[in-house]
Write a protein that binds this ligand. Sequence first.
Ligand SMILES: [Zn+2]
Length: 97
Amino acid sequence: MAFDDGPQTCAICHGPLRLENCVTDEQGHAVHGSCYLSAVSKVKRTKYDETEELLQQARELREIAERLTKKSDALIAAYNNLMGLLKSPKIDKRMVD
Ligand SMILES: [Zn+2]
């Protein structure tokens, strides 16, 4: 880690940095190890929450899809029932006559 351009400050909390507790973040900024860890865990936490939220949405959509499938099954059954009635032998005979 280069400390040749004067006193370094943490890119996260802007406090003075010491070599012994200094790390480099993804952008190459010198930061406190503890600041970096809390920043990273915050990002991970956010990603985790986002993923959980997406999963929850997916579950809700599946529930809706299942409900719609059942509903459409019922509609198809009702349709088949009606068609069955229309094609009942009585009506067929009448149509032939
Ligand atoms: Zn810091």
